[in-house]
Design a protein around this ligand. Structure first.
Ligand SMILES: [Zn+2]
Length: 244
């Protein structure tokens, strides 16, 4: 099963549209996210997990009814930038049954983005998303739901930051380029997304919080040595897996 996010539906005046959607809940049905036959997750347990724990969170963004207005506006802005950059009306969101992590086995990679044959896309690694869900639940039974939902939104907007900025990996990309891309992309994600979760007092998971706290300590400078060292440490074990 693959899902397609229609980027052409982003309204000119997204702020007013956001308010309209909030006032007219009957408008919330989304035309933007539809199944495609070319990709599927065969494991029914994973499909069910995606449908119950992941899709309801992301659909709030796609349907312009996300409860934090700044985050919704950021999503709209990125969707417009991606449309302008790639001239494609849709952004395929592919569900993968791969459990994705770096070669060192330290970092779980729940999402990724790609650019192939002129078409950008996002991949969601559903078994990894589920593993993170289970870990959050074990660590923090009371607040895990909010924390998990916020981490999905941060992760998704981080992938949109990659696409909007043109910081897209290729198979033969070297590690230094990956780190350059992550320095610039996480700067955007910290400054324009994580910041609003922190400021509104939402639960932010440890990983996202460590990115944000380091970003502040670096003086919000994406070219600082400390920021690059942090990214090198985070992504140092990452090597590209061909054919994944
Ligand atoms: Zn990234």
């Amino acid at each position: 099963m693959s899902h397609w996010q229609n980027l052409t539906n982003v309204p000119e005046d997204s702020e007013n549209n956001f308010k309209n959607k909030m006032e007219n809940p009957e408008q919330k049905k989304s035309p933007e996210y539809k199944p495609s036959p070319d990709n599927h997750v065969p494991n029914p347990e994973m499909v069910e997990f995606f449908e119950t724990e992941v899709y309801p969170v992301l659909s709030q963004l796609f349907e312009h009814r996300y409860p934090i207005a700044e985050v919704q506006q950021r999503y709209n802005q990125l969707a417009t930038q991606i449309t302008n950059r790639f001239h494609r009306p849709e952004l395929p969101v592919k569900l993968s049954d791969v459990e994705s992590k770096d070669n060192a086995g330290n970092n779980l990679l729940p999402m990724g983005c790609d650019f192939k044959d002129g078409q950008p896309s996002i991949s969601l690694f559903v078994p990894t998303l589920k593993k993170i869900f289970d870990m959050e639940k074990a660590m923090n039974p009371e607040k895990h739901k909010e924390r998990y939902e916020d981490s999905i939104v941060v992760g998704y907007l981080h992938e949109l930051d990659h696409l909007a900025g043109g910081f897209i990996g290729t198979i033969d990309e070297n590690l230094q380029t990956t780190i350059d891309h992550e320095c610039l992309t996480w700067a955007e994600t910290c400054e324009h997304t994580i910041k609003f979760f922190v400021e509104t007092g939402r639960e932010v998971n440890q990983s996202d919080l460590s990115f944000y706290n380091t970003w502040k300590k670096c003086g919000r400078n994406p070219y600082s040595k400390r920021w690059r060292d942090f990214m090198s440490n985070m992504y140092g074990g990452l090597k590209r897996n061909k054919g994944k």
